[in-house]
Design a protein around this ligand. Structure first.
Ligand SMILES: [Ca+2]
Ligand SMILES: [Ca+2]
Ligand SMILES: [Ca+2]
Length: 355
């Protein structure tokens, strides 16, 4: 038998996937994983559908929300709070003389707010960690301590005043909560070495505090004994080094009801720095010294090579299980799927890569 592949058959074999896709209408959104308080812009077009498209329809969340006889449409929908922490499905229909062609997609609608449950501290030193293995979220965040909740409220009040918002407005938006906490820690906390921190703890009745590796400070003690609340400078109200800043940020956000899956303490490889990765503006993003927006478009600090992440659900903090995949697999950028399908990397934190 003389079977000669024709040009079109070769094309189908080599380019089968694009050929199939090429027959479909296209639909895109302006956000990868929007928060439940964000609107979403959907852009649909006839894409690769052959012939005359007489009707283009967009379906979001099971309902047709827009249609046109033109070859493209744009629709702004949402916010979608009823899809909080769920997938929002969408679909485009292109009606032509060849029939109806469709394309589908879905978005994870994140809602990290309103999570007021926490695990009680279990460290063997009055709830504080007494070894590296006890350096868990509950033992370091100390959400059972009223002072942590008080300062979380202070963060909201100071941010609200600075932005001309009410505290209710701040607490209604996950992004505002992140901004408030980043601002508060930036304005009230300064860096001090672990050697000096250890001495300050000893001088304030915590000579028995022996947490193990790298002297991480529980958030309530950072807020009460680490700094000087009685002078004119706010910058020395709390003192500590990088992990103490990161622990305090995570604790304050958690005290405001920010979900534990949405805020991570992250350690570099090689171990040189600790900071946070937090759900902000629809993606997991860097949260470090300074205000949150400082990190959106900064690609310059190569210390941010996230390797090990821990939080209240995935602790303990430590060096024993250094594993890049741990953070990648346990965030998946979101429960519900990765933000952009790319391998987790420091680049994923930035605005242009994870919009
Ligand atoms: Ca340290
Ligand atoms: Ca420290
Ligand atoms: Ca002060």
């Amino acid at each position: 038998m003389n079977l000669k592949p024709t040009a079109s058959l070769i094309g189908m074999l080599l380019g089968g996937v694009s050929l199939l896709l090429g027959c479909s209408p296209s639909v895109q959104t302006n956000l990868i994983h929007p928060d439940a308080d964000k609107s979403i812009v959907f852009s649909a077009s006839k894409g690769g559908v052959k012939g005359n498209v007489s009707l283009l329809e967009l379906e979001v969340g099971g309902s047709i929300v827009a249609s046109t006889s033109a070859s493209s449409l744009e629709y702004t929908g949402g916010p979608y709070p009823i899809f909080s922490n769920m997938m929002l499905p969408y679909k485009v229909y292109a009606h032509s003389n060849y029939g109806v062609k469709t394309n589908t997609g879905s978005l994870y609608i994140a809602n990290p707010k309103g999570h007021y449950r926490y695990t009680v501290a279990s460290g063997s030193n009055n709830g504080y960690p007494n070894s590296t293995a006890e350096q868990t979220g509950p033992n370091l965040y100390r959400l059972d301590k009223a002072v942590v909740r008080t300062h979380a409220q202070n963060a909201v009040i100071e941010y609200a005043n600075a932005r001309g918002l009410t505290t209710t407005q701040v607490l209604a938006t996950a992004d505002h909560m992140v901004e408030a906490v980043a601002r508060y820690v930036s304005q009230h906390m300064s860096w001090r070495s672990d050697e000096l921190n250890r001495q300050v703890f000893a001088d304030n009745g915590y000579e028995s505090y022996s947490p193990g590796w790298d002297f991480p400070q529980p958030a309530d003690l950072t807020l009460t004994i680490s700094g000087d609340l009685n002078n004119v400078s706010s910058s020395d109200d709390f003192m500590g080094d990088c992990e103490d800043h990161a622990i305090l940020r995570a604790a304050l956000l958690r005290a405001l009801g920010f979900a534990p899956w949405a805020i991570w303490d992250v350690i570099d490889n090689p171990v040189s720095h600790e900071y946070n990765v937090v759900l902000y503006q629809g993606a997991f993003r860097l949260m470090d010294y300074g205000t949150i927006d400082r990190w959106l478009e900064t690609h310059t600090w190569d210390a941010h090579q996230s390797y090990y992440g821990w939080n209240e659900e995935h602790g303990p903090r430590g060096t024993a299980d250094l594993n890049h995949d741990y953070l990648k697999d346990n965030t998946h950028n979101y429960p519900g799927g990765r933000s952009n399908g790319n391998t987790w990397s420091y680049q994923g934190y930035y605005e242009d890569v994870a919009p």
